[in-house]
Ligand binder design. Structure first.
Ligand SMILES: Cc1cc2nc3c(=O)[nH]c(=O)nc-3n(C[C@H](O)[C@H](O)[C@H](O)COP(=O)(O)O)c2cc1C
Length: 323
């Protein structure tokens, strides 16, 4: 199977993209990932707060933000982009984590000028405000996209959380506002409660394969409904997990945990196994396989999903009837 694909209008040699993680915090880390075969690298995220604390004199007074990276993070991030771009022959994508528009979004332009081939916006909001409105959350991500779209000419992708009441509608509106791609999904921090110490620990666990099902479900729903690139992220452990994302309709799959667990070099194994899978299934190219199992256009996806749920319950009833 020819592994080449296109993402955000960028031609890529295969659909395996390095998702933001600590593995690409240095140009050396980026080079090792690319040498192992990934077709693009999304750098770790720079946070809105890290930019704002450098440009907003009132920031320290108004914000509750520990800045582990210390002052100067934006300048160091630009340096990382520039050095990484100089070392590799694949797209390097900047990742900005934010909650809405504002002057800080001009940093996206600086990222482009430093050589970023695209910008990925990680919209990370936990709407815990007392009586916060759902619409306000959706407006915030649309505003963030519009603000960045205004200052850059490179493609822009939006990495979203899964928890919207109508993800399809939001996806369509993001594409109308100029999103070139959607990345499904970002990881919602779920702190661990240590019952012995009675403390709350902020932790990011490495993913497990079952986590791929939620993004795969939504990619299958959205594939025929939106005209933009779709990246799946979450739960890849083997090439079969990548293949499942492609069948659902993803153009690329972004991975972090599998590299953190097995090393960057594991990209070689994933790519060889993916190619073997495609050959065995008789697919000539990624485009051939992509979306084979997406929800077909004109099938009402809400009915389709309810029917799937009932079928799953039937299987469970048959499996556990004797218990
Ligand atoms: C240790 C760690 C750090 C991460 N840092 C970022 C980050 O800076 N920005 C971001 O958008 N996602 C970040 N992620 C999320 C990953 O990019 C990825 O989307 C997610 O982990 C799902 O992919 P996976 O199952 O292959 O890990 C991080 C994940 C891990 C495990």
């Amino acid at each position: 199977m020819d592994l080449s694909t296109t993402y955000l209008g960028l031609p890529l040699r295969n659909p395996l993209v390095a998702a933001p993680s600590p593995l690409q915090q240095t140009p050396g880390g980026v080079v090792t990932l690319v040498d192992a075969g990934v077709s693009a690298v999304v750098l770790h995220s720079l946070f809105e707060e890290q930019v704002r604390r450098e440009i907003d004199p009132d920031f320290e007074r108004d914000q509750w933000f520990t800045n582990p990276a210390g002052p100067g993070a934006p300048a160091r991030y630009l340096d990382l982009i520039e050095k990484s771009v100089g070392c590799v022959d694949v797209p390097v994508i900047a990742s900005l984590n934010g909650t809405g528009s504002g002057e800080w979004t001009h940093f996206a332009r600086q990222a482009q000028d430093a050589g970023a081939a695209a910008v990925e916006l990680n919209f990370y909001v936990v709407p815990g405000q007392f009586r916060g409105h759902g619409e306000a959350v959706e407006d915030a991500v649309l505003d963030l996209l519009a603000a960045v779209r205004d200052v850059v000419s490179v493609p822009v992708a939006v990495k979203l959380p899964p928890y919207f009441s109508s993800l399809n509608d939001l996806a369509v509106r993001l594409v109308e506002k100029g999103a070139d791609g959607l990345v499904l999904f970002n990881r919602f921090l779920q702190p661990r409660i240590d019952v012995a110490a009675e403390t709350v620990q902020p932790v990011i666990d490495l993913s497990t394969p079952s986590e791929a099902r939620l993004p795969q479900t939504w990619i299958a729903v959205l594939r025929e409904q939106v005209e933009c690139s779709l990246a799946g992220t979450g739960g890849v452990e083997t090439a079969d997990d990548i293949a499942a994302y492609l069948l659902a309709g993803a153009d690329v799959v972004q991975c972090a945990s599998v590299f953190l667990r097995h090393g960057r070099d594991h990209a070689r194994t994933l790519l060889a196994d993916l190619e073997a899978w495609g050959d065995a299934q008789g697919y000539a190219s990624v485009a051939d396989a992509r979306g084979s199992l997406a929800v077909p256009w004109r099938v009402p996806s809400d009915h389709y999903e309810r029917d799937g749920y009932v079928s799953a319950l039937q299987v469970a009833r048959r499996t556990y009837w004797w218990k």
